[in-house]
Design a binder for this molecule. Structure first.
Ligand SMILES: Cc1cc2nc3c(=O)[nH]c(=O)nc-3n(C[C@H](O)[C@H](O)[C@H](O)COP(=O)(O)O)c2cc1C
Length: 435
C-alpha cells in the first residue's frame, strides 16, 4: 500500500482552537462553545475541505492546578461520544474520533460506544487512546495519585486487546432476524471472549453486532518509548507534537515506520500525523500581526503556569528576565507527558533563554505563520520529505483558522496533486489510507 495523498484531521481540545487564550480574539465565539451547531459548522467546514476526520481531544479534569487555569482558560468541553453521535447525523463523509482514557474507563463500555458510533455513522468511528497523564484526573476516579507511566501503558495495551476482541465477538452474518423461524441470531456466531489479564477480566460477548469497520480506526499520541511501541503494535494513526526541524521530523517518522515493521505490520498502515498550527494571512505581515495578537492576549501568568504544569514544578517564584536553568529529570522517570517534557528540554538545552522567552515559546509552540502559499510549501515539504503522512490541524483560533486552511490552502494542495480531490472511500479507515 503506497500513500498518494496526505490526510488531514481537525483536532479540537479548546473549543476556541489550540491556544490557551485565543477565546479572547475578536472573531472567537465563546457564547457558542456549548452549542451543538458550533461543532456542526466546524465539522461541515472540515468535510468541505475533505478532512479524513474530526478528532475531539479530552481530559477528565478542570485545569485548576494554578489560579490562572480556571480564570483565564476555557475549561469546559462537551463529552466526545455524545457530541460525535450528534455530528454523525449532521455529516456524511468525515471520520468521528473520540478521545478515550484507558486508565479511567472500562473496555466493555468503550467497545459499546465505538460500535454504536460506527453503526450510526455507517463506518466513520475512531478513537484516540490516551493514558491520562495528570494526578488531577486520578483524583476524579478515587485515586490519590495517577498510575505510573509504565503501568498506564501496560493497561492501555491490554485495553486495546479487550476492545478488539469484544468488537470481534459477533461474526459477519450472525444476525439472521428470521421472523418465520423466530431465529434472531446464530448462537454459533456470537462468542464470549473469556479474557483474563493483568488489569481486566471480561467474559463478553459485546451486546452489539459487528459494526461496518469492525475495528474503528485507532489513533494515539504518546511519543515516549512505551507510547511509540503501543502505537506501532496497534494504531492506525499517530499524532506527534510537530514542532521542530525537518530532520527531527524525518527521524521520528522513520522511527515509527521501523517499529511498525518490527511489530510485523505494513509500515504504511500507520499514518504519522504531526500537529500543524497555522496562522494564515493574505500577506506575511497580516499573518504575523494575527499571530502577535494571539500571543498579546496571553497573560504572562497563564504562559508561566502552563510551563510549570508541563515541568511539574511551580516556577512562579522565579524572575522572568533571568536566564532559565532547570534540572531536567531523566525522561523515563517523568510521570506526566514524557514527550512534552522532552520537547521543552530540547528547546532550552544549550541556549541562553530567559524564563519569559521559554514560557512564551511554549505558549506559541508550533505556530506556522504565513501566506497560504507558505503554509502549502511547508506541508508539501514534510509530506514529500517523508516526515508526515498527514497533519492534525490544531488551528490556534477557530472557526477562522479552519476556514482559512480549507478555503486557501486545500485548493493549492489539490492542484499540486498531493491532496485528495474527493473522499476516497465511505469509511474512516478508507479515507485514512491516503489513496
Ligand atoms: C496532537 C496530540 C493530541 C493529544 N490529545 C490528548 C488528549 O486529548 N487527551 C490527553 O489526555 N492527552 C492527549 N495528548 C497527550 C498524549 O496522549 C500523551 O499523554 C502525551 O503525548 C504523552 O505521552 P508520552 O508520555 O508517551 O510521551 C495529546 C498529544 C498530542 C501530541
Amino acid at each position: 500500500m503506497t500513500r498518494k495523498h496526505l490526510v488531514f484531521a481537525l483536532g479540537l481540545f479548546y473549543p476556541n482552537g489550540e491556544h490557551v487564550t485565543s477565546w479572547r480574539l475578536p472573531d472567537a465565539r465563546p457564547e457558542r462553545f456549548l452549542d451543538f451547531d458550533y461543532y456542526r459548522d466546524l465539522a461541515r467546514t472540515a468535510e468541505r475541505g475533505r478532512f479524513a476526520a474530526i478528532f475531539l481531544a479530552d481530559e477528565l479534569y478542570v485545569w485548576d492546578r494554578f489560579e490562572s487555569g480556571v480564570e483565564s482558560t476555557v475549561n469546559e468541553r462537551l463529552e466526545p461520544f455524545t457530541l460525535l453521535g450528534g455530528l454523525s447525523q449532521a455529516t456524511e463523509h468525515i471520520g468521528l474520533v473520540a478521545t478515550v482514557s484507558t486508565t479511567y474507563n472500562e473496555p466493555y463500555h468503550v467497545a459499546r460506544r465505538l460500535a454504536t458510533l460506527d453503526h450510526m455513522s455507517h463506518g466513520r468511528a475512531g478513537w484516540n487512546l490516551v493514558t491520562s497523564a495528570s494526578d488531577e484526573e486520578a483524583w476524579n476516579f478515587g485515586r490519590d495519585a495517577n498510575l505510573d507511566h509504565a503501568v498506564r501503558y501496560r493497561r492501555g495495551g491490554e485495553f486495546v486487546e479487550v476492545v478488539d476482541r469484544l468488537l470481534d465477538s459477533w461474526d459477519e452474518g450472525a444476525v439472521v432476524a428470521d421472523k418465520a423461524s423466530g431465529r434472531y441470531a446464530d448462537p454459533a456466531k456470537v462468542r464470549p471472549i473469556h479474557h483474563h489479564g493483568e488489569f481486566f477480566d471480561v467474559r463478553g460477548p459485546l451486546n452489539i453486532s459487528r459494526s461496518p469497520q469492525r475495528r474503528p480506526a485507532l489513533f494515539q499520541a504518546g511519543a515516549s518509548e512505551d507510547g511509540k511501541n503501543l502505537a506501532a503494535a496497534t494504531a492506525d494513526a499517530v499524532f506527534t507534537l510537530g514542532s521542530g526541524t525537518l530532520d527531527a521530523a524525518q527521524d521520528l517518522y522513520r522511527d515509527y515506520k521501523e517499529r511498525v515493521a518490527v511489530a510485523g505490520r505494513d509500515p504504511e498502515s500507520l499514518a504519522v500525523m504531526p500537529m500543524l498550527a497555522p496562522v494564515i494571512g493574505s500577506t506575511e505581515a497580516e499573518a504575523r500581526e494575527r499571530a502577535d495578537l494571539i500571543l498579546e492576549l496571553t497573560p504572562d501568568q497563564v504562559a508561566l503556569d502552563l510551563l510549570s504544569h508541563r515541568l511539574q514544578t511551580d516556577l512562579s517564584g522565579r524572575d522572568p528576565d533571568e536566564i532559565f536553568t532547570f534540572d531536567f529529570l531523566d525522561e523515563g522517570t517523568v510521570q506526566q507527558s514524557q514527550s512534552a517534557y522532552k520537547a521543552i528540554q530540547r528547546l532550552v538545552e544549550g541556549r541562553s533563554l530567559t524564563l519569559r522567552q521559554v514560557y512564551q515559546a511554549v505558549a506559541g509552540r508550533g505556530f506556522v505563520v504565513g501566506t497560504p502559499e507558505k503554509i502549502a510549501d511547508r506541508i508539501e515539504e514534510r509530506f514529500n520529505g517523508k516526515a508526515a503522512d498527514g497533519f492534525i490541524l490544531m488551528a490556534p483560533s477557530l472557526p477562522s483558522g479552519l476556514a482559512d486552511l480549507v478555503d486557501h490552502v486545500v485548493p493549492l494542495l489539490t492542484q499540486r496533486g498531493i491532496y485528495p480531490p474527493e473522499y476516497a472511500g465511505a469509511t474512516l479507515r478508507e479515507n485514512l489510507a491516503g489513496r
